[in-house]
Design a protein around this ligand. Structure first.
Ligand code: PLP
Length: 284
């Protein structure tokens, strides 16, 4: 089991223009299996298999954390990467260093990644392996997020915010919510109504809310204004954010609740800091 699972999560208070935000520092639990990743992988990489495989884009936080988790647990690993891009990204170079096997797929083949026939074909070519879905999104991961959230023992009247990619972390926390607590989901992209409804129908005693991105906001795209806003926050608080998720969603959360709320505000820092490297090159 991933050792960091037993570590208590640190919570830091920051003051943003007079509004106190409690930042739940999941990013601090491990330098590599960072953020919500160690939660989502902890029950998925077990003694049952010696070789694991999963799926993601060439910059994926999930692939990066998965590779380091496998290294930590002495597991062989295979990553199936979306798109036959010519370039090795910093994420993929790290996976190579960890001795992970990288298989690049056309977008067409990638779309078939959950098909049994396809997975069997890959086993025939690359050897036996146990598959974990893209983003680590399965019931094991949902359960791990729920038990971690319970262990935090937050105040019952808290408003708790978390970024959304697949919605796995949101669903796990929703399952464990106290009836007087509100969970705010912050998508890293403009989320269409069907996905919103599915997430809002998650089993929960508490109140669930989605604070969507603007229609024009694109996944993993950050403009210079957003980049500078993130850097200003980091300079003030010494807390690094990631450009795909927290570096955008934290400010959406603050803007919505600033000055209008007397309940304690919590924001979960879900990690993803490895993703900063390409943006740093772009903006420096
Ligand atoms: C840094 C970071 N935050 C949040 C998320 C969203 O998590 P989920 O896919 O569980 O919604 C991800 C993606 O997994 C991520 O990499």
């Amino acid at each position: 089991m991933l050792t960091r699972l037993v570590k208590t999560t640190q919570i830091d208070q920051v003051d943003i223009n007079g509004q106190i935000i409690n930042i739940i520092r999941l990013d601090q639990n491990d330098p590599f299996v960072c953020g919500n990743k160690w939660l989502k992988l902890s029950l998925n990489i077990t003694e049952e298999s010696n070789r694991y495989a999963t799926f993601g884009g060439p910059h994926s936080n999930h692939l990066h954390a998965f590779s380091y988790a496998c290294k930590q647990l002495n597991k062989q690993h295979v990553v199936f990467v979306r798109g036959i891009g010519p370039k090795d990204t910093p994420t993929l170079l790290d996976i190579q260093k960890n001795n992970g096997l990288i298989v690049r797929l056309s977008k067409k083949d990638y779309a078939k990644k959950q098909q049994q026939l396809m997975q069997q074909r890959w086993k025939n070519i690359y050897g036996e392996m146990s598959f974990i879905p893209e983003g680590g999104n399965n019931q094991n991961a949902v359960n791990a997020c729920a038990s971690w959230y319970r262990s935090l023992n937050l105040p019952e009247n808290a408003i708790v915010a978390v970024s959304i990619g697949t919605g796995c972390t949101f669903t796990g926390i929703a399952n464990a919510l106290h009836k007087h607590t509100t969970l705010v989901g912050l998508p890293a992209f403009y989320m269409h109504e069907q996905m919103q409804s599915e997430l809002l129908e998650s089993t929960s005693l508490g109140e669930l809310h989605i604070l969507n991105a603007q229609k024009q906001e694109r996944f993993a795209k950050m403009d210079l204004i957003q980049w500078n806003q993130m850097l200003a926050f980091e300079a003030k608080t010494q807390i690094l954010l990631d450009p795909v998720y927290t570096g955008k969603t934290l400010f959406r959360f603050i803007k919505h609740y600033q000055d209008t709320c007397n309940r304690p505000l919590y924001f979960i820092h879900t990690g993803g800091l490895q993703g900063r490297r390409v943006y740093q090159q772009q903006y420096s």
